[in-house]
Structures are given as C-alpha cells and as structure tokens.
Design a protein around this ligand. Structure first.
Ligand code: BGC
Length: 440
C-alpha cells in the first residue's frame, strides 16, 4: 500500500477517532456533571442524548455540504466544529451552555460520520479500499477506548471538564492535517477539474494503466448526469437508497450500543459487585473492540465483505442468544458474571471485524458518484436515528420485556441481517468504485 494513501486515510480517520471519543466520554463524565450542576434525571438523560440530535442534523446536512464545498473542506469544517464543541463544553459555566457545547460536538460527529468514510473511499485504490475505510472504524474504536481510559484517569478528582476538553487535541490535528491533504479526485472530476483530478489519481496508483482505468470509469459514471435529491426519484436509485438505509439501521438495532453505552450497567445486572469492576470489564470490552477491527483491515479486501459479515453476524447471534439464555436461567446466576463478560467480549469482537467497519465501507461504495454524498448522508442519518432509539429505549425495553426477551430480539435481528445481506447486498471486493452496481 502506498504510504501517501495511508497518510491521507489516517488523517481523515481522525474524524472517526473524535466520533468514538465524543460518544464514549460522556458515560463517565455525566456522573460528575450531574453532581456539579445538580441535574435532575431528565436533564441528565438529555445531556447524553443532545449529542445524538446534533449527529442527526450533522449527518443530514453533510452530504449537501460535501457536494458544494468539497469533501476536504467539509472534513476541515468538521474539525473546527469538534474544536469549538470541546471548548464550549469544557468551559461551560452552566447546564444550558453545556447542552449547546454537546450539541455542537454532535454536529461534528454527524459531519465526520458521512464525510470521513466518503473521502477515504474516494481517495483509495480499489484493492485496498476495504482496509483503508476500515481504518476509520479502527479509529472510532480507539476513540471509544481512549474515552473510557480518560474517564477512568480523571474520575477520582471528578474533573469532567478535562474529560470533555481533551478532544481539542485530535481536533487540532484534524484541522491541521486537512489543510495539507488533497481534495478527493472523484470530487474534482465531479466539479469539472479533470486535470487536477488526474494528477491526484497518479499519486494514488503506481502504474499509469491502473490510473487510466479509474479515470475512464469515473468519467463514464458522470455521464449519467442526474444528481441531487431528484435522482432518488429513479427506481434504481431508490433501491440503492433502500439498501443503504436498511443496512445502516440494522447496524444499530442488532444492539451494539447497548453494550458500548450501557456495558457497565449490564455487568451490574449480571452480578458484578462494584462499579469499578464493571468499568474495568468495560475497558476490556473496549480493547477487544479495537483489536478485532484489525481482522477486518487484514481480510476485508482478501476474503470480501459478505463472508466477513456472515461470520460476524453469526457470532453476534450466538453471543446474544447465550446472554439471553443465561439471564433466563436462575440456576446460572452464580456464573452469570463470567458468562456475561465472555459473551459480551465475543459479541463485540464479532461486530468489530464485520458490521462495524463493513457498514461504513458499503455505504461509501454502493452509491454512484453523482449521488454518493447525498446517499451516504441519508443512510447515515438513519444510522443515527437507530442509535438514538436503541440508546433511549434499551433500559425501558429491559424493564418492559425482561432481559432474556430483549437480548433475544437483538439476536433475531442478526439473523434478519444475514438474510438481508445474502439477498440484496452486492460483493464489492476489488471492484473499481464506479463499477460497483447494485442490481434489483
Ligand atoms: C457504530 C457505532 C458504534 C461503534 C462501536 C460504529 O460502527 O456506528 O454506533 O458505537 O461502531 O465500535
């Protein structure tokens, strides 16, 4: 892989790192914010969910912005928004300002969750595109893990301002990095700057023939000149959008964030004695999440997207069924803690090499260039809506249906996803980005 492409993808992946950090950090910080500002329960929940509202708005608008000002400038803007959000949150004199700060952070996450994978995918050569976009997911998991560790480090002194404020560091690196990064060659073609685009592509490919092949297929894809929301009037485009949105929602409703956001609570339900033991168990889960993403980076371009998805989803199904079974059997209560830790590690590990990275990869691949940014925007918006619903209603679901039924529903949805992928999702391994076709 060319060092140049790896560098470009790594800088863009910082958007993922901030996504992970800023979604993960609040779980520890909220305890101290609640104490300092004397928050009632409802306001406490809103402090957590206001980020997701920002994410939805950010994701919804990101595609249009990326088409107007370019991928590079949008990611640069995301860096500025992350920076501003971190400063406002960390220095907030009262709850109202803090809520604004967290909302701004959410906007940054929403922007980068659309534009970072889009940009990486558009810069990457076909044979390493899977690994490079998976790098973005890897950065998300590093961000989540870093957030757990930072929370842990500042917990004894209750310094929530530092927890939220530290996000300025990667924001500044993202801002600085995007100043010197190139624009996506695909975007340059789209806005008619063919010469510049060609020379960008030559930096990506070793051999001139490969770069010429890319140019040809990009120019070809731009000949079908329907862009913007109008394009989704065509049945073929609506069909791709349907696949993108459904996959994005499935990634959330198979339950990943019940474990990422509520892990410590689940460990306590399973009988872990102390809060600190639960938090420690959660860092183990975070480490597994991070390390297992490497499996995707190594295999996604060799084995392909669909086989990895099948394997991962089958594992997630097994882990969730085990968890449901263990919660349903009172005689297992003695070993429930161990079973819970084991199945949650297994579940997260399986997600990490499959649905985690491959969702973002597929979303960046299945839409034709004229509607790519908008298609990603709408699908990513659906991902955030799914995230919002699961994270808002998980505890209520447990109270209403019980633990075994709740985890069984998530398990069943893993099977639904396997069937969906088998029936409708194309294998995109090694294909030139503009030659990927979704056929009805
Ligand atoms: C998902 C996030 C999740 C993260 C966990 C991402 O792919 O979109 O919702 O928190 O993976 O690693």
């Amino acid at each position: 892989m060319r060092g140049y492409v790896l560098l470009v993808a790594s800088v863009a992946a910082l958007g993922g790192l901030l996504f992970g950090y800023d979604t993960g950090v609040i779980s520890g910080a909220i305890l101290f914010i609640t104490k300092d500002f004397g928050l009632a329960t409802r306001l406490q929940a809103f402090t957590i969910s206001v980020v997701l509202i920002g994410c939805m708005l950010g994701a919804l608008t990101a595609g249009g912005i990326a088409d107007r000002i370019g991928r590079r400038s949008t990611l640069f803007a995301a860096g500025i928004v992350f920076f501003a959000g971190a400063i406002v949150s960390a220095l907030a004199p009262n709850e109202a300002v803090l809520l604004w700060g967290r909302f701004i952070v959410g906007l940054g996450i929403g922007f980068s969750s659309v534009v970072a994978p889009l940009y990486i995918s558009e810069v990457a050569p076909a044979d390493t595109r899977g690994a490079l976009v998976s790098l973005y997911q890897f950065a998300i998991t590093i961000g989540i893990l870093a957030a757990y560790l930072v929370d842990f480090a500042f917990a004894s002194a209750g310094q929530w301002r530092w927890m939220l404020g530290l996000a300025v560091v990667p924001s500044l690196v993202l801002i600085g990095g995007m100043i010197v990064m190139p624009e996506s060659p695909r975007y340059l073609f789209k806005i008619g700057q063919g010469e510049k685009a060609r020379s960008e592509l030559q930096r990506v490919y070793d051999d001139a023939a490969a770069s010429a092949r890319e140019v040809e297929s990009i120019e070809d894809s731009l000949r079908t000149k329907s862009a913007g929301l109008e394009a989704f009037r065509q049945p073929a485009m609506r069909y791709v959008l349907f696949i993108g949105i459904t996959l994005a929602v499935l990634q959330q409703i198979t339950g990943i964030n019940t474990i990422i956001y509520y892990g410590p609570q689940i460990f306590q339900m399973a009988g872990f004695a102390s809060a600190s033991a639960s938090i420690l168990a959660q860092t183990i889960v975070g480490t597994v999440n991070c390390l297992m993403t490497l499996v995707a980076i190594f295999f996604v371009d060799r084995i392909g997207r669909k086989p990895l998805l099948y394997a991962g989803l089958a594992g997630m199904f097994l882990a969730l069924s085990t968890l449901a079974y263990a919660f349903a059997r009172p005689h297992l209560s003695g070993s429930l803690g161990t079973i819970a830790l084991g199945s949650m590690m297994f579940y997260v590990g399986c997600f990490a090499f499959s649905f985690g990275p491959i969702l973002w990869l597929l979303l960046s691949e299945i839409f034709p260039l004229p509607v790519r940014a908008l298609g990603m925007s709408l699908s990513t918006l659906a991902n955030w809506v799914g995230n919002f619903l699961v994270s808002q209603y998980f505890l209520a679901m447990i109270a209403l249906l019980g633990r075994p039924a709740t985890f069984s529903i998530y398990a069943l949805l893993c099977i639904v996803t396997i069937l969906f992928v088998r029936a409708l999702v194309p294998e995109t391994k090694q294909e030139l980005l503009e030659q990927i076709r979704v056929r009805a």
